[in-house]
Design a protein around this ligand. Structure first.
Ligand code: SF4
Length: 193
């Protein structure tokens, strides 16, 4: 759908310069999705793996974030092989709706209520990022924290439109449950993609 050089705004790599490759296509259907234009893959042009790799390498960063849409809808072996051959780190942001393919340096699992993750993804997640949209999401978050591997980093992030309401609850929750950390979408504060 698009690729661009920016600052990773969320989660463990927050604040790092990173090259984003956003793949078109998503069948998860989150009601609050902020990239609904990504859902229809056919609305976006095909770009070759070589071209994506060349653009990412030219940016100067060592980190590439593959996002969507829902990137695990596709076999990502060729893309990650190409990026790694160029010496780039491969990070993915996924709801985990399908099994992972490809070779990843960092897997950010952000499960969605609208389509449960494939169980094979829990063990591979380096980071669990739960989007908090309402109060019941804390209980929901703990269900996933119990499923991921013990070294997985745990983040709670307010859904952007509910931030004023949810952030104070997240702050209290993290203080009471310090295994979690707060994640904010700092790229939105910086007005960058
Ligand atoms: S998984 Fe991501 S792209 Fe797909 S609907 Fe949900 S927020 Fe949007």
């Amino acid at each position: 759908m698009e690729d661009f050089y920016t600052i990773q705004g969320e989660g463990f790599y927050q604040g790092h310069a990173a090259y984003f490759i956003r793949l078109g296509g998503c069948d998860v259907g989150c009601v609050w999705c902020d990239v609904k234009e990504s859902w229809d893959a056919s609305a976006h042009p095909l770009v070759s793996v070589e071209e994506m790799t060349t653009r990412a390498k030219a940016s100067g960063t060592g980190i590439v974030v593959i996002t969507g849409g829902e990137p695990v809808m596709y076999d990502l072996t060729a893309l990650t092989d190409s990026l790694k051959r160029s010496g780039l780190k491969t990070n993915i942001e996924t709801s985990g709706a399908y099994p992972l393919t490809g070779t990843w340096d960092w897997v950010c699992l952000s499960p969605k209520k609208f389509k449960a993750p494939d169980p094979s993804v829990y063990d591979k997640a380096n980071e669990l990022k739960i989007i908090v949209y309402n109060k019941s999401d804390f209980t929901w978050a703990e269900e996933f924290a119990a499923k991921v591997n013990p070294s997985c980093e745990l983040f709670l992030q307010p859904e952007w439109s509910k931030e004023k309401e949810m952030l104070p609850l997240i702050i209290d929750y993290v203080k009471e449950n310090p295994k979690w950390k707060v994640s904010l979408q700092i790229h939105k504060y910086m007005n960058i993609p």
